[in-house]
Design a binder for this molecule. Structure first.
Ligand code: FES
Ligand code: FE2
Length: 432
């Protein structure tokens, strides 16, 4: 049985009457000085070069993406032995196949045939008992071992046992499958996730992951530009005034200031305000009657895991957990969503978004989920348009830096962490 917070269709209804109030007295200050808590970040303008430079992009490949745990999918994508999915990782110049064996074990391999290095599986997902290369028919078992070679006797000194697929380190956390391109990572996934795993302990990912709606967007923008848009709320009252006119802002908090920010060594977290006097549309009233959506904030505080909304604010809307380098988990009431930003080129990113719900038991619950999906789609379209517009003029030379304000500290932290790993400016200084 789900804990009370996560039940759908049980009568939790947020603001089913349109409010006539213009504001509600807030208990706390919305003007925290985040930079004062993290003086090492400084307050200087941030260079634009890492958003357009091919040299910087190459260093991100070698010094970040090939050296960290990367989230590639969820366990629900592999329901039975033989289920597989393919994850192309352009920045690492490889493709990965993640497959569940007959023994139930999830394994990952480079999706590269051992004969003449053809890409082994071309579809995005499927089910099979052997993985067969289209080029010359070499076949591999679900454990990656080479099982059949046509005309094998014409190879020289050939030992099939030495020509299996190249394995990739694989670990699972809360149903999220991570891979590491170093076959022997220096730290376990749990050690890598560290504070993120601590903070999300007790969050019911398994119960909430039955239904998934996903989008993939081939975005003409640098991956950091894209990710930055989800690490600040400053743009909400402007960019999202159509889709989210008063869900996350109010006269008391007109610029959507965070009330919680935590910056760790690599990862970061924020807690976002939700307007308790948000005026739901008639459609939204119906949708919220049957479940959760991106603007539903009626919840039982005591049922939230301690690491989610740790400030225990009643005006809470959502927490964001940013897993370095490219995976973001947005935790809401009774639903969660994920963003992932896969670099393709300095000015191109594959942006993957998924929103997750428990299995709908009634038509009303399904309607609620569809409403949440469509609302999120509208928000994403608003974001996407400005991200591409930004990238289109970044290389103009008109600006060399951009300025960040107090509430954009997560963006500042993200860029610093990337530079800590890449060392582009550190090495330039050393050369001078
Ligand atoms: S490249 Fe795969 S069988 Fe030849
Ligand atoms: Fe946005």
């Amino acid at each position: 049985m789900l804990p009370r917070l996560w039940k759908i269709g049980s009568g939790f209804i947020a603001n089913t009457k349109r409010s006539t109030k213009t504001c509600t007295p807030m208990s706390a200050d919305f003007n925290q000085r985040w930079h004062a808590s993290y003086p090492e970040l400084g307050t200087d303008p941030v260079p634009i070069e890492p958003l357009i430079s091919p040299a910087y992009f190459a260093l991100e490949r070698d010094r970040i993406f090939r050296r960290v745990w990367l989230q590639v999918g969820r366990i629900e994508q592999l329901p039975e032995g033989g289920s597989y999915f393919v994850k192309d990782i352009p920045i690492c110049q490889t493709s990965i196949v993640v497959v569940r064996g007959k023994d139930g074990q999830v394994r990952a391999f480079h999706n590269v045939c051992s004969h003449r290095s053809n890409k082994l599986l071309w579809g995005r997902r499927g089910s099979c008992q052997v993985m067969t290369c289209k080029f010359h028919g070499w076949s591999y078992g679900l454990d990656g071992k080479l099982s059949f070679v046509p005309d094998e006797e014409n190879f020289f000194h050939f030992d099939k046992g030495r020509h299996g697929l190249t394995p990739v380190a694989t670990e699972i956390w809360n149903g999220f499958i991570f891979i590491h391109l170093n076959p022997h990572p220096q730290e376990t996934l749990r050690e890598y996730l560290a504070e993120v795993a601590d903070g999300l302990t007790g969050y019911p990912f398994a119960q909430l992951s039955t239904t998934r709606f996903s989008w993939r967007i081939d975005l003409r923008a640098n991956w950091k530009i894209a990710q930055d848009a989800f690490q600040e709320s400053y743009h909400l009252p402007f960019m999202h005034k159509q889709s989210l006119p008063d869900s996350y802002t109010s006269p008391k908090n007109p610029f959507c200031h965070y009330f919680g920010v935590k910056l760790w060594t690599h990862h970061r977290r924020s807690s976002s305000y939700g307007n308790p006097d948000h005026c739901p549309s008639p459609l939204e009233i119906v949708a919220q009657r049957f479940g959760s959506s991106v603007v539903n904030r009626t919840f039982a505080m005591e049922d939230l895991p301690p690491g989610v909304n740790p400030e225990r604010r009643r005006e809470w809307a959502l927490d964001t957990f940013m897993v370095f380098p490219n995976f973001n988990i947005f935790v809401l009431n009774g639903t969660y969503l994920t963003h992932q930003f896969w670099p393709i080129a300095p000015d191109r990113t594959l942006w993957e978004v998924s929103t997750y719900f428990p299995a709908a038991q009634t038509a009303g619950q399904r309607f609620s989920q569809e409403y949440g999906k469509v609302l999120l789609r509208d928000v994403l379209l608003e974001d996407a348009s400005t991200l591409e517009a930004t990238q289109s003029v970044l290389a103009s030379g008109a600006k060399t830096h951009y300025v960040l304000q107090e509430q954009e500290i997560l963006v500042r932290h993200a860029h610093k962490v990337v530079e800590d790993w890449v060392g582009f400016y550190r090495e330039r200084e050393n050369r001078q």
